[in-house]
Write a new protein. Sequence first.
Length: 467
Amino acid sequence: MTSLLNRRYKILSVLATGGFSQTYLVEDTHSPTHRQCVLKQLKPPSPDPQIQSLMQARFQREAVILEMLGERTTSIPKLYAYFVENDQYYLVQELIEGQTLKAWIQTSGCQNEATVAALLLNILPVLAQVHEAGIIHRDIKPENIILRRHDRQPVLIDFGAVKEVVTTVMNPQGQPVSSIVIGTPGFMPPEQATGHPLPQSDLYCLGLTAIFMLTGKLPYELPMDLPTGAYQWRPEVPNLSPRLAAVLSQAIRYAPRDRFPSAQAFLQALQTPHQPEFDIAAIPDTRLAKTLTPKNSANALTQTSETSPRSRSVLITLLIIGGVVALGGLGIAAMQLGAWIEAQQIVTNPLPVSPDPEPPWFSAIAFSDSAQSYGYSYAYTTRSEAETRALQECTDRGADDCRLLIEFENSCGALAQASNGAYGSGSGSTAEVANATAILVCGQFGGDNCEVTLRVCPPNDIFQRSL
């Protein structure tokens, strides 16, 4: 460990240590005030170069979303920086001074109904934004909610999505999977324990956190009805109003389909007066997976449309179309498709995947935000050659801020642009799939009348047009 990380951050002390991560209090030596920050170091378990390359793209995607969430709300720490150094992954975040919810309950005792409801009313809108961004926290618990010192407002910390990214390994089928399950036993619902977290998983954790505030008891200290998996917690707080009791019981039901369909629905049930029981059918399903990337962001995200382990885009985005979840093949950021279908009883047909030709070939698209121009490559025998050629062609068009937008192997890729500067990219097994995903991503980034301006479908299908 060097004294200055990224030639900037001086370690002051160790805040926490885990199996694959360490958290430090650091000083930002480049800041005019030498501000103190929290630096989280994540240690990937696999030295495989292919895994490292994949993790770096995934890590960047998750960090971009965390940064934008932190800019939208003060209830999530701001992300100041993220970087990779010596094959270690780092997040630099705002230092939240205050007391964890767990420490507060341990020193102050159980809280009344009004205090618990107030915390839920503060956290649920934040959680709705998190889920709309395609992120699942995965580890909501009393230790991961800090009551900020200066205003006593709750702040949600320690998101698990980035942790999952850096624990990626290859399974026997050659597919990237997480080597661990993120979450805390007791607070973690059954579907998450089997590796299939859903937005409802976070609602389960939050419900148990609220019950901890009321009872002072952790989940394993509560009696459970083994046949149903239901916690028998109501006798612990006999004077609780029937309405709040019903809402919390709804949140922690064993099956995801029996919980609230979204954080917004949870919030609405909490705000509805004189409602002894919550009827899921009475509230519209507001599940979303919107992308928070701005129109001209240098970190614009990409969606892939198939599950082939060989189809690899630099960044993957989740979309929802007509209420049906469409997931990138690696499923890193949010809902696991199989579990979602099982829990919500949605039926969908996967897109056909073409077999990989031999030998493999690599293609890439680079893009300049300032010039709104691109470069591309196709049918190269190595990934590095494809990336280099795409970046060089983009630079040759007069741009000085070209970056790699998407790379794809044995598949088609497309770039869609709109007259207002929004753009999106996508890849797929056919030209039609690549076109459709690029247009959809462009639209998600605020584009009006997005059109495909470039399609690369090796070995000989190249389409270009001007807006």
